[in-house]
Ligand binder design. Structure first.
Ligand code: PMP
Length: 396
């Protein structure tokens, strides 16, 4: 029977990492997958995570199963990070959170909840968006539609196109928004645009689903929640998929969360009972390690400050690389304007390079970036930036 199975195409991002690993060149550079690297080109375990892990190993008394929704203290931390510690949503118990295996797991739970429990079957995602969104929502049984997001000439948000496309979204349709650090463009709505979108969403009756994978990578934990919190003021119902892969550097621990906000505690609980059913049939209950670490850090004032400082270190290093990248390209006489790179948020830069240029970077220089031209700035260091800029100067 297996002989009839045809080969699947390689994943556009993770497939690139496989190709990178196989490349024998010693000066190769991987700027494909969104993983933070420090100045030494390493992705180290955060110091606050190491400390929390040591404590966890000391204090842990059992490996018994967690509940379907996971660790309670973790759920509280997730909600405080999303809505702010003194949020009325938390006080009114309008939100329920389930720990999830990564942001991806949370998105899949969201997709299945929408497909099975809500009247709509349609989700609107930005064009472009993270390469896995379409796959996750299609697998959950949703119909995926796109709204315009990016103006390639202006290298900016195409707000008019976004509004024009979303004018076709019906009441009850789900609209996916990136909480901050839009992947892959690095361009987020302005505060005024967030306000306008939130009001429109409430008026039109859309259900907003926030994908929040980079909180703290644009400006800071509180600042980056601006869009979500504006939506929460205007929209009674919301869904959120959180990921702590990047901001806690716990990529392989699969730490995420699915949060549902309803008009009151009772409605939230009823809907959440269906979420639990979805989880039970998928992976039964979540793994504990990463979520425990997050809960320990967030509930210890000293470790929490350490985390904020380490997060700021990551954010500042990326920002420094953006500025340096722009400077070094212009000092090489690249006459194409790359100044927009310094205005983008988060780990990525949508470079505007075409497929041919991306292929040349890989073939001639051993530099791996995603076919869309997305560069993971988080992978640029002072040791590889000159080689990168030389290569770009040669191909642009
Ligand atoms: N959403 C976006 C926008 C992402 O960039 C990513 C990670 N690349 C995810 C979700 C998934 O996060 P995780 O690795 O925690 O599943």
């Amino acid at each position: 029977m297996f002989e009839k199975v045809t080969a699947a195409p390689a994943d556009p991002i993770l497939g690139l990492t496989d190709a990178f690993r196989k490349d024998p060149r010693t000066d190769k550079i991987n700027l494909g997958v969104g993983i933070y690297k420090d100045e030494a080109g390493q992705t180290p375990v955060l110091r606050c995570v190491k400390k929390a892990e040591a404590r966890l190993v000391q204090e842990q008394t059992t490996k018994n199963y967690l509940s379907i929704e996971g660790i309670e203290a973790y759920g509280r931390v997730v909600q405080q990070l999303l809505f702010g510690a003194d949020s009325a949503i938390i006080a009114g118990q309008r939100a329920r959170t389930a720990q999830a295996p990564g942001g991806t797991g949370a998105l899949r739970i969201a997709g299945e909840f929408i497909a099975r429990q809500l009247e709509t079957n349609t989700i609107w995602i930005s064009n472009p968006t993270w390469a896995n969104h379409r796959a996750v929502f299609t697998a959950a049984g949703l119909e995926v539609k796109e709204y315009g997001y990016y103006n390639a000439d202006a290298k900016d948000l195409d707000f008019d196109a976004m509004l024009a496309d979303l004018a076709h979204a019906k009441a009850g349709d789900v609209v996916l928004l990136h909480g901050c650090c839009h992947n892959p463009t690095g361009i987020d709505p302005t505060e005024a645009q967030w306000q306008q979108l939130a009001k429109l969403s409430a008026e039109k009756g859309w259900l907003p689903l926030f994908d929040f994978a980079y909180q703290g990578f644009a400006k800071g934990i509180e600042e980056d929640a601006y869009g979500l919190r504006v939506f929460a003021e205007h929209n009674v119902e919301l869904l959120i998929a959180s990921s702590f892969s990047k901001n806690f550097g716990m990529y392989n621990e699969r730490v995420g969360a699915f949060t549902l906000v309803a008009k009151d505690a009772e409605t939230a609980n009823t809907s959440f009972s269906q979420v639990k059913g979805i989880i039970r049939a998928n992976y039964s209950n979540p793994p504990s390690h990463g979520a425990n670490v997050v809960a320990i850090i967030a509930n210890d004032p000293e470790l929490y400050q350490d985390w904020l400082a380490e997060l700021a270190e990551m954010r500042d290093r990326i920002q420094e690389m953006r500025t340096l990248f722009v400077e070094k390209l212009s000092s090489r006489g690249v006459n194409k304007d790359f100044s927009f790179i310094a205005r983008q948020n988060g780990m990525f830069s949508f470079s505007g390079l075409n497929k041919e240029q991306v292929a040349r970077l890989k073939d001639e220089f051993g530099i791996y970036i995603v076919g869309s031209g997305r560069i993971s700035v988080a992978g640029i260091t002072k040791s590889n930036i000159d080689a990168l800029c030389d290569a770009l100067a040669a191909i642009v």
